[in-house]
Write a protein that binds this ligand. Structure first.
Ligand code: GLU
Length: 473
């Protein structure tokens, strides 16, 4: 029987959960879920200088926000250092590793000589077959793996195909440092083996590492897991993804007002496809995900596409849930007035949301659109809206406000009828009356239908806001 599928996401906690890492996590998650297996989480915290507790939390938070749940307890790589050392001792015992007593000066000289001779600066294997009795006194040795000196190492990759590395290009790399700590290269192999990982899905920046890691697997006689090295995400211009292009932490996207399901949908489509499906749920992703459909070419990050997908999920979102996200986003962004306004006007915001949703692409835009509900008088008017408030428009606003004062049935049809009659009496199109009203009532040029706005904020507030603009004419 085939072993149950086990994937792993193995981030280094040295910064925020980068958007590219989130996509790697997503593919590992989708593959594990597709096959009823497990996705494990391993925090690669062996770089003690650069690893931080805050970054570990950013990883947990980011994955949780995206809904990428992992199985079992997260493994902290550093806590397994003793096991990593144990495997190096076993490799020594098997004759697949050896102590190297080179001093930093020896290594510097070796590099220097290689450079002078036009060779790449690799370790030359000088302690490979030397008797440890020749070891200089007082030098703490490192342990190096014996890499094959001829032939090839082949990475059979689900995305890259068969990738061949010439043995002569791989040197005897260090697996245990002189202070007894494992190198990254070694720790990854021991952990993947001990965690029963069947599929390694990660960025293609690890492809040459894969060849080195295979040397360790072979030394231990362990089965090499299946591998899929996915192309990295590039900017829209094809260059390496920069901050400006979207190389941000997952938390930054939450703060910018993206919904997790939109992020998942967008990231899934970035380098993977299923027919022409653009909009897909997590369940469809799980049902359809296949390593063979991963693209070989670099994916290009496209903010416009992400926004449009986010807009889709905002349009489709349930008002209750969107309301909660708006409050959380406003709070997190330190927009206290918005957080307070939203909290105090929940009912009105919920009633307005179906009108706001089609007009917003991000949660921040939803918040901006909801502001008219709790803005306090006199409203601040955006410049574009202010242009609508010409002297004539302000005079009309004053006149129409008087008419509205007499409207007792404060409903959309009644207000609509009053507005039409007013426009007709002035020989104006309804829009000519409505746009300045919108400016006066919301301070903006975009809002829900203007009669809807009046009903949402109520008659008193409507008359108040109109008079604020009318009197300045
Ligand atoms: N810790 C590595 C990284 O963050 C990933 C290692 C791996 O997936 O094998 O790039």
């Amino acid at each position: 029987m085939a072993k149950p599928v086990v994937t792993r996401f193995a981030p280094s906690p040295t910064g925020y959960l980068h958007i590219g890492s989130a996509r790697t996590a997503l593919f590992n998650w989708a593959y594990a879920r597709r096959h009823g297996g497990k996705m494990l989480l391993r925090i690669e915290d062996t770089d003690r200088e650069r690893s931080t507790e805050a970054a570990v939390h950013a990883i947990f938070d980011g994955l949780t926000w995206l809904g990428l749940n992992w199985d079992d307890e997260p493994i902290m790589q550093f806590s397994r250092a003793e096991r990593h050392a144990e495997v190096t001792r076993e490799l020594l015992a098997r004759g697949h590793a050896y102590y190297c007593y080179c001093s930093p000066e020896d290594l510097a000289l070796m590099r220097e000589e290689a450079r002078a001779a036009g060779r790449p600066p690799r370790y030359d294997g000088r302690w490979r077959d030397r008797d440890p009795s020749e070891a200089p006194a007082g030098v703490a040795p490192v342990i190096r793996i014996k890499a094959p000196q001829e032939g090839e190492i082949v990475v059979e990759d689900h995305v890259q195909g068969k990738v061949v590395f010439k043995a002569e290009n791989l040197d005897d790399f260090i697996i245990l440092r002189s202070d007894g700590t494992p190198t990254y290269m070694h720790a990854v192999v021991v952990d993947d083996h001990d965690m029963d990982v069947t599929h390694i899905i990660r960025g293609d920046d690890h492809l040459t590492n894969a060849a080195r890691q295979i040397v360790i697997y072979n030394g231990m006689g362990w089965k090499v897991p299946e591998m899929a090295h996915i192309p990295l995400i590039h900017g829209p211009d094809g260059a390496k993804l920069s901050k400006r292009h979207g190389a941000l932490g997952v938390g930054a996207y939450r703060q910018m007002g993206y919904l997790p399901e939109a992020m998942i949908n967008y990231l899934a489509r970035l380098g993977w496809s299923h027919g022409d499906a653009e909009i897909l749920s997590m369940q469809q992703l799980v049902d359809w995900f296949d390593l063979n459909d991963l693209n070989k070419g670099a994916a290009r990050f496209d903010f416009v596409k992400l926004e449009s997908i986010n807009g889709h999920y905002i349009r489709e979102g349930k008002p209750d849930r969107l309301y909660e996200v708006m409050v959380a986003t406003a709070t997190e962004a330190g927009r206290d007035a918005d957080a307070k306004g939203l909290a105090e006007n929940k009912k009105t915001v919920l009633a307005a949301l179906p009108e706001l949703q089609p007009r917003a692409k991000t949660v921040l835009e939803l918040i901006d659109l909801a502001q008219f509900i709790y803005s306090t008088r006199p409203l601040s008017i955006e410049p574009a809206a202010d242009e609508q408030l010409t002297a004539i428009a302000r005079a009309n606003i004053g006149e129409f406000a008087e008419i509205l004062r007499g409207v007792n049935d404060w409903s959309i049809p009644a207000i609509d009828a009053a507005a039409r009659a007013f426009a007709e009496s002035k020989g104006l199109k309804l829009g000519k009356v409505a746009q300045p009203l919108r400016a006066a009532l919301t301070g903006r040029t975009v809002s829900p239908g203007i009669f809807e706005v009046m009903v949402l904020i109520g008659k008193d507030e409507t008359l108040g806001r109109l008079s604020d603009q009318a009197i300045r004419s």
